[in-house]
Design a protein around this ligand. Sequence first.
Ligand code: ADP
Ligand code: MG
Length: 576
Amino acid sequence: MLLFSLCFVCLNLSSRVSFTLTWSVGLKNFESKLRKGQPQIILMKEGTDSSQGKPQLISNINACAAVVDAIRTTLGPRGMDKLIVDTKGQATISNDGATIMKQLDIVHPAAKILVDIAKSQDAEVGDGTTTVVLLAGQFLEQCKTLIEEGVHPHAIIRAFRRATNLAIEKINEIAVKINKKDPVELRSILAKCAGTSLNSKLIHQQKDFFAQMVVDAVMSLDSLLPLDMIGIKKVPGGALEESRLVDGVAFKKTFSYAGFEMQPKHYENPKIALLNIELELKAERDNAEIRVNNVEEYQKIVDTEWNILYQKLDLIHKSGAKVVLSKLPIGDVATQYFADRDMFCAGRVVDEDMKRTIKACGGAIMSTAHDLDDSVLGTCQLFEEKQIGAERFNFFNGCPQAKTCTIVLRGGAEQFLEETERSLHDAIMIVRRALKHDAVVAGGGAVELEVSKHLREYSRSIASKEQLFLAAYAKALEVIPRQLCDNAGFDSTTILNKLRARHAEGGKWYGVDVMNEDIADNFIACVWEPALVKINALTAASEAACLILSVDETIKSPRSSTDGPPMPGRGRGRPM
Ligand code: ADP
Ligand code: MG
């Protein structure tokens, strides 16, 4: 009896289910009939992922914090370096924020913004790339608690924009102007700025040596200070101190043929021909078919080829050029021809070197040997070839047109040389900036603390809740001295307390003394940075923080089907 009633219940249940199903299907059909003729609105592709609201904001902030943690330890003179191995197995050792961020291959959309600000800082001022990322991360960190408590992001954004303007005003107010009139003083100030930038690099032991070299290099440029007029050549081997600055253009001896050794390697005031012509017997077998019936005919073809080449060589010789550079190969016949006529030649010159030579020595690149006259020939005071380590270099000294120089770097491992080049780039950019915008501030966290103090004082004069946000901004600025202490292994709380007290007493240039685990007047200690580095870092960091705060939804479209791996099928050697 029991069994029977159970069966009945089951039957009853299933019939009701089937009824509901048929009913709902019927309803859909009815609805679609109703909509017939109306366009269907499809907003997003199926599979689109969207997350929104406060949790999204917090998750973005957390992603940025993870990125900041990755480069936190590289800040300052006691910062560590990172060894990054890319997908191809290429290893890079670097201390430079922008380089590390570029290599990290970050995919998180919000965290990518931090990569962008590091890049823009690198392009704009060249240094302070770690600083900018740290600041942005800390701004967001400070906002996190506020957002969690329910503050609207726009209230914070407004306050942060105001705080940034106040901070920039303060930096401009306290920055010390460089006296450009006195060349000795100018040099020493620039060397100090370069030195501060090099402090945190792998080559900090040779900081003074390279700071002088960088200042010499930048001072040798013309008033526009074009960066591409400073060439950096790396020659593995030797000691770092054997690196040197060449006044003029220098590049590695190009590939050459037998007659090359007979050519003179020293000229004073030579005329320089810059060509884009192949001075070689053309091997026409690749792109021509010639049918001849007898040897005489063939001989004619060979003779013509030689004649064409000799015509070109004669024209070059007649132009009076003593040094011939070509982007294209210069063959053995031409090399010997020039050797016989007391001329020097170099083929396959790299485009970048060719451009720098043109800018420095004057002249123009010619694609024909005709019309080679003085207007298209360059010149320099001294041309010579010299041995550096295991390499031979061509030097063009005393270039009349644009002022240019080349830094020849010596050193051990390839990675070491590359990091040295990046470090010098930072220092060169800093010196250029200091020359263009002649104001400097003290580093080592001094300027950050002074601005922080100013903002705190200012915030107390505000009655609204903006006071809180300005204080959060001011607190975030302390991340720089704090991190400098942490990286050097100091007790950051003690040092920061000392610094705050000192700044309250009016010691505006007091910052971290990384040598003695103490605080010091960093202006006297010559830790100087161009004010522009700090201004740019603050602007970029606060812009990035505001941008990330204003995003409360991420919509990710599914990968389009064309992005996927290619479908297996016929063709291209695949099996049928
Ligand atoms: P970034 O990529 O931001 O330039 P760095 O690793 O170069 O990062 O560190 C720069 C920071 O180190 C700046 O805040 C600068 O003031 C500080 N710094 C440099 N030299 C010294 C020093 N001798 N004493 C204290 N701080 C220094
Ligand atoms: Mg730096």
